[in-house]
Design a protein around this ligand. Structure first.
Ligand code: FE
Length: 181
């Protein structure tokens, strides 16, 4: 009887420990994303020669009016209207402003939100983050590290392995088909 009771207590203890560990882990991820985001757009790690700097007049000549509105004026395309929200070919999604390779089709997932969604960029240094307090919300803006173009926002409701959803405007991207060898 005593043995059975001891076994019961140990089992309950193990379950409580597992649940609280998992909770702590989730909490940590949440805080990491929603603590005031350090402005990484001014990171000194990236050399100046790697960056593309153009005047607004130059951008207006290069981009279409819709690309300019989203990339340079932080606009948002209407949900379910962009070219890539329902696009699942194999390849690479490049910045429409500067051609930097930003996202891979390998990390794209169907988020049903109306915009192309990825759980990670191609590499950590391809994008930078900035706190966005517009429209009464606190969001994390995602920008192209090379040209500073506005891409979209990142949220913490994505799938494994990162738990993140990079919600990106199609108009900020240009897809290049690149079948796997
Ligand atoms: Fe860019």
């Amino acid at each position: 009887m005593l043995k059975a009771l001891l076994f019961f207590l140990v089992t309950i203890g193990a379950i409580v420990a597992a649940v609280s560990f998992n909770k702590g882990h989730q909490q940590k991820q949440f805080i990491a994303l929603f603590e005031p985001v350090p402005d990484s757009t001014k990171s000194k790690e990236r050399k100046m020669e790697d960056k593309i700097i153009r005047t607004e007049e130059e951008w207006k000549k290069i981009l279409t009016p819709e690309q300019y509105r989203v990339l340079r004026e932080k606009g948002t395309e209407r949900a379910y209207t962009g070219e890539y929200w329902n696009h699942f070919e194999e390849g690479v999604y490049k910045c429409a402003g500067c051609g930097a390779e930003l996202f891979s089709s390998d990390t794209k997932f169907d988020s049903h939100c109306g915009w192309p969604s990825y759980f990670t960029p191609l590499a950590g240094d391809r994008v930078v983050f900035k706190e966005d307090r517009s429209y009464g919300m606190i969001r994390t803006e995602v920008l192209c590290a090379k040209c500073g173009g506005h891409l979209g926002h990142v949220f913490d409701d994505g799938p494994e392995p990162t738990g993140l959803r990079y919600c990106i405007n199609s108009v900020s991207l240009i897809f290049e088909k690149r079948p796997k060898k």
